[in-house]
Design a protein around this ligand. Structure first.
Ligand SMILES: [Fe+2]
Length: 482
């Protein structure tokens, strides 16, 4: 057991193995909006040890689902491991059996062949929860999303892709186009000729490939951009050879090389025709998260949380985090502008000079369209972990911040008020670790002013995790939107 007193936020990287299958009612301080009736569904790494081994990276841990239910002024909570093959094989054998982001299975089991490839693709969906194709789905970065029951958190099985959709790697951040009633995403098929496949999944579950882009060295891309008409892949110069991936014997991400001379490569694809309508290049940068994008005159604006390089991946190895090593790399809200045309250059500007991660917007009203506000987690004290919730006004550059000593908030999920007129009329839902009490609580903030409306204390400390979505009650069985 990790000593939680060894550094302030150690509990955020401690395994949580206790499951609460029957929802418990949480004590609430403050007042919840009466209209908040639904559930916040989240996933994240929760078990970092298997037998005598420890996973290498924060992104590797075995997935647990969390459900905060809202209704009649009450908050309920339940949590349950995702019953993935990765989880059940680890439980049955006492060994790490599936390859994760930065950890390979025991060598004695599978020799030196990298295990990212089928049939050992991991289904350990610890990154995001999205309602897609009429299902509630947990995602990781392989083509093995997992369906689960939004009420009980019971695992239902793999979300299957139909031919021609095939590949090994995908993303946990599909986009939803409300006008077309479909999600968009992409996958990477590694081979003698590797390719990106852009595809859509309609609300009724129908799948369709939109475009294939051949690529020699696929880039590591954790998300992509969407406007009303276009999908935009931004290739960061962190790339891999399919052969290395297959034969090197190194864990997945360790095969990728940072090659800044490649710069950024933008590919703009028309959603309807599948044609590449523009390509562009820019100076090297890295990002996990696109924030939003939109068409602007004869060009496209693409906002992301940009880093100067990919060191952040190294800084999130578990041993480092568990030693309390400060994170040095800083992501900032950065705006890229490109005109539509072939091989054009992009310009870039920093919208706010503060560290920002896990960004959210008013997605329902502004995905792919002009917008003004970004919420995310930030670092208030240099060297600390994500210790505050930040709101950025992209029009003025103004930054507002919510913080409290000794607490570490997670991704702030924006939920619009039912009668909202203003873009920021609604609440933010964030799972916050309180290191003084060694528990987490669900925080409800006014999204406009960042003032606290309510908090509900969970029965345990929830390890730091990544993403989730709010599902309104009418929608709980169908799913959320982002
Ligand atoms: Fe993410």
């Amino acid at each position: 057991m990790l000593d939680k007193t060894s550094f302030p936020y150690g509990a955020g990287f401690r395994s949580l193995t206790r499951e609460i299958l029957e929802p418990v009612t949480l004590p609430v301080r403050g007042e919840l909006p009466a209209w908040l009736e639904g559930a916040l569904l989240r996933t994240g790494p929760s078990k970092f040890e298997v037998g005598t081994r420890t996973y290498n990276h924060w992104f590797d841990g075995l997935a647990m689902l969390h459900r905060f239910g809202f209704g009649r002024g009450r908050v309920t909570y339940a949590n349950r491991f995702l019953m993935s093959k990765a989880f059940t094989a680890a439980a049955e054998t006492g060994k790490i059996t599936y390859a994760e982001f930065a950890t390979d299975p025991c060598r004695t089991l599978f020799g030196r062949v990298a295990a990212i490839f089928d049939p050992k693709l991991t289904d350990n969906c610890n990154v995001n929860v999205v309602g897609a194709g009429g299902e509630t789905v947990a995602f990781t970065e392989t083509t093995m999303p997992m369906r689960f029951a939004p009420g009980t958190l019971a695992t239902l099985g793999v979300f299957d892709y139909q031919p021609p959709l095939r590949g090994q790697v995908s993303i946990a951040h599909p986009h939803y186009d409300a006008a077309r009633k479909r999600h968009y995403s992409y996958m990477v098929e590694f081979g003698l000729q590797s390719r990106y496949r852009l595809f859509g999944v309609a609300d009724d579950g129908a799948q369709a490939q939109i475009a294939e882009l051949p690529v020699d060295r696929p880039a590591y891309m954790h998300s992509f951009a969407m406007t009303e008409r276009y999908l935009v892949l931004v290739e960061f110069p962190l790339t891999v050879s399919a052969l290395d991936l297959k034969l090197s014997g190194k864990p997945f991400i360790q095969n990728y090389r940072w090659e800044p001379e490649r710069g950024l490569r933008f590919h703009v694809v028309d959603k309807e025709s599948g044609e590449i309508v523009a390509t562009a290049r820019g100076e090297a940068a890295f990002a996990f998260h696109h924030v939003n994008a939109f068409e602007d005159g004869d060009g496209i604006v693409i906002d992301m949380i940009a880093y100067s390089d990919a060191r952040i991946i190294e800084e999130l190895y578990l041993a480092r985090l568990r030693a309390g090593t400060p994170i040095d790399a800083t992501g900032t809200l950065t705006r890229f502008r490109m005109t539509l045309g072939a091989d054009v250059d992009v310009t870039r500007e920093t919208l706010a000079p503060v560290s920002l991660e896990l960004p959210r917007i008013n997605y329902e009203a502004h995905a792919g369209k002009p917008y003004r506000y970004v919420w995310g987690t930030g670092i208030r004290s240099p060297g600390d972990f994500l210790d505050s919730i930040v709101k950025v006004d992209t029009k003025t550059g103004d930054v507002a911040r919510w913080y409290e000593d000794g607490v570490y908030p997670g991704e702030p999920v924006f939920v619009p008020a039912p009668s909202a007129k203003a873009e920021d009329d609604g609440v933010l839902l964030s799972v916050v670790l309180d290191i003084k009490k060694d528990v987490s609580f669900l925080l409800v903030l006014d999204a406009s002013s960042l003032t606290e409306k309510a908090r509900a204390e969970a029965p345990h400390a929830i390890p730091f995790h990544f993403h989730g979505n709010y599902f309104a009650s009418a929608n709980v069985s169908k799913g959320g939107r982002e």
